[in-house]
Design a protein around this ligand. Structure first.
Ligand code: C2E
Ligand code: MG
Ligand code: MG
Ligand code: MG
Length: 288
């Protein structure tokens, strides 16, 4: 039962047992096959501007349409995929698919920028900017329709290299956000020097900001800091009207979360966008 073993291999990480090694191997094989068979799909979650409720872009989030286990979230397979050395081919596929989708939406009269999550290792690959540009050209999509989300880890692992890659992306007109901000240890002095356009405040701070004074204080400070540095500030993980209202009061620029929309398949996003367009102007068009 390879699948069973693969499952236990990823859930219980114990490098000291043979069981794990077998499970890890089986999982690696399964993931390699999944890449070849294109079993991965992208769901999209909108980000909206708090000032006017307009959709600013959509974030592409990968899922595995597993032949027997159903639709799997990235938390279940990304760690094993990374350990199997398969992050690079996955990143290439995600970029290609997100760019294809954005180009297709644009041709259909739904111009939407798409944000792609880039793992630390993928960011530090030498040819990322060149490959991204080649894909945009092939799809005939302007660079302003692509955004990349990177984490603090990527920036701090190899600051010099990261700065070089970010400069190259910036020169090509590709916007970069720092994802999960406030959950890690980015040196603020370093952040100031990087050509990034947005900070996404981590869900761990946002979800408790109304109950925990410390989280509220940090969130408020991060919004101020981001603005001082000329960055767009985005809050992720908004689940209630109360949190949305407070973030609006604090001057946060954009919001993302289940309250607005969960990540959904492309056709569901099209329906959601169409429904909002119809509602425009009426009170129900407001997310708050
Ligand atoms: P992330 O980039 O910070 O994405 C946000 C995650 O929070 C998503 O989980 C999203 O579904 C979830 N989320 C959004 N709003 C809410 C909310 O209001 N409440 C709650 N409880 N959750 C919310 P998901 O899709 O499971 O992705 C998890 C992580 O996996 C992502 O975190 C990202 O780091 C990574 N990931 C996803 N897709 C890719 C990809 O294509 N490439 C890479 N390298 N990483 C990816
Ligand atoms: Mg993200
Ligand atoms: Mg995030
Ligand atoms: Mg996050």
């Amino acid at each position: 039962y390879q699948a069973k073993r693969a499952e236990s291999g990823t859930m219980i990480y114990d490098a000291s047992t043979d069981e794990h090694d077998v499970g890890e191997l089986a999982m690696g094989t399964e993931l390699r096959r999944a890449l070849e068979n294109e079993e991965f799909v992208l769901h999209y979650q909108p980000k909206v501007a708090l000032a006017d409720q307009c959709v600013t872009s959509v974030e592409a989030l990968v899922r595995w349409q597993h032949p027997t286990r159903g639709l799997l979230p990235p938390g279940v397979f990304l760690p094993a995929l990374e350990r199997s050395g398969l992050m690079q081919p996955l990143t290439r596929w995600v970029l290609r698919e997100a760019i294809r989708q954005a180009a297709s939406w644009r041709r259909a009269g739904m111009p939407l920028a798409v944000a792609v999550n880039i793992s630390p290792r993928s960011l530090l690959e030498d040819d990322l900017p060149a490959r991204v540009l080649a894909k945009l050209l092939a799809a005939d999509l302007p660079a302003s329709f692509l955004e990349l989300e990177i984490t603090e880890t990527a920036v701090m692992t190899d600051p010099k290299k990261a700065a070089l890659v970010l400069a190259q992306l910036n020169a090509r007109g590709i916007k970069v956000s720092i994802d999960d901000f406030g959950a890690g240890y980015t040196s603020l002095a370093h952040l100031r020097t990087l050509p990034i356009s947005a900070l996404k405040i981590d869900r761990s701070l946002i979800s408790h900001m109304l109950e925990r004074d410390e989280d509220h204080a940090v969130t408020e400070a991060l919004i101020g800091l981001g603005h001082r540095l000329g960055l767009t500030v985005i809050a992720e993980g908004i689940e209630t009207d109360e949190v949305l209202d407070r973030l609006t009061q604090l001057g946060c620029d954009e919001a993302q979360g289940y309250l607005i929309s969960k990540p959904v398949a492309p056709d569901a996003l099209e329906g959601w966008m169409a429904a909002r367009a119809v509602d425009q102007g009426s009170p129900s068009a407001q997310v708050s």
